[in-house]
Design a protein around this ligand. Structure first.
Ligand SMILES: [Mg+2]
Length: 251
C-alpha cells in the first residue's frame, strides 16, 4: 500500500461506492409506479428503463422529463405534461432519498479533506443525479464532480478521468481512484495513470452482484482493496503538495 502514500487527490465513484446503487427490486418498483403515472404497462416500462441504462447514462435521452416522455412514447403512449411531471417528481424524490450519505462516509471524506486531499467524483449516472447533486451533503465535500450524463460517455472512457484530474489541477498520476469496480472503472483509471483501489459500499448477495454485473458492466479486479471507507484516511499519508515537482519518467 506504500504506493498510495503520495497522491494529491482522491477520485471516487458514487454508486455502490459512497452510496448504495439501490436494489433492482426497488428500482423496478419505482419504474412501475412511474408507469402508472404515465399510463403505460408497468412491466414493459420497467424493462424499458432497465434496457435504456446505457443511453440514459450517456445523456442520449435528454433530461428526466424527456427520458420518461420518450420511453412512454416507445410503448405507444403519449402522456400529458402533468403526468410526466408527476413521474419525474416521483423519481427525484426516490433519488433524493438514495443520495443521502452515511455519517461514516461523510466523516471519511472530511478526514481526507482535513489532511489536505482534493476530492473528485466520477459517476456513470442518468439525468437525475446531476439535477439534484448540489442538494446533497456530498456536493460541498467534492472539488469536482464529473457526470457521464453531461459528458456523453461512460467509464472507462479516459476523458472522464482526465477531466476530473484537470479540474482538480493535478496530473492523473497524482490521483488515487476509489470505486466498487463496475464498468471496468478500476482498470480504466490505471490506464490513464491513476492508482486504483476497490471499495464497495456494501456486501451484497450473489444474485444482486450478478444483476449489477449485467446492468453496469464488468467488475473484475484483483488489485488493492479496502473493506471500509473509514480505512482510507488511515491508509493515506499526507498528500503530495501540488507544488512539488512531478517525477519525470526516464530521468
Ligand atoms: Mg459504482
Amino acid at each position: 500500500m506504500s504506493g498510495f502514500n503520495h497522491p494529491s487527490a482522491v477520485v471516487f465513484d458514487l454508486n455502490d461506492t459512497l452510496i448504495s446503487g439501490g436494489e433492482r427490486g426497488l428500482r423496478d418498483a419505482l419504474s412501475r409506479a412511474a408507469a402508472r403515472d404515465l399510463g403505460v404497462d408497468p412491466e414493459a416500462f420497467a424493462g424499458a428503463v432497465r434496457d435504456s441504462f446505457d443511453a440514459r447514462c450517456r445523456g442520449a435521452l435528454g433530461d428526466l422529463y424527456e427520458t420518461y416522455s420518450r420511453l412512454a412514447e416507445g410503448l405507444g403512449a403519449h402522456p400529458d405534461p402533468a403526468a410526466v411531471r408527476t413521474a419525474v417528481a416521483r423519481r427525484l424524490h426516490f433519488e433524493r432519498g438514495r443520495l443521502i450519505p452515511s455519517p461514516q462516509v461523510l466523516e471519511a471524506l472530511d478526514r481526507l479533506r482535513g489532511k489536505g486531499y482534493r476530492l473528485g467524483l466520477i459517476s456513470d449516472c442518468s439525468a437525475e443525479t446531476p439535477a439534484i447533486w448540489h442538494e446533497t451533503a456530498l456536493a460541498e465535500r467534492f472539488d469536482v464532480a464529473v457526470f457521464s450524463w453531461e459528458r456523453g460517455v461512460r467509464k472507462p472512457d479516459p476523458s472522464l478521468y482526465l477531466a476530473a484530474a484537470a479540474a482538480l489541477g493535478v496530473a492523473a498520476q497524482d490521483c488515487l481512484y476509489v470505486g466498487d469496480g463496475a464498468s471496468d472503472e478500476l482498470a480504466g483509471a490505471e490506464r490513464v495513470g491513476m492508482r486504483a483501489l476497490r471499495l464497495e459500499f456494501e456486501v451484497v448477495d450473489a444474485a444482486t452482484q450478478a444483476d449489477r454485473c449485467e446492468l453496469y458492466g464488468a467488475r473484475a479486479w484483483d488489485g488493492p482493496a479496502v473493506e471500509d471507507v473509514g480505512e482510507l484516511a488511515a491508509l493515506l499519508g499526507a498528500p503530495r503538495s501540488p507544488s512539488d515537482p512531478m517525477p519525470v519518467p526516464g530521468r
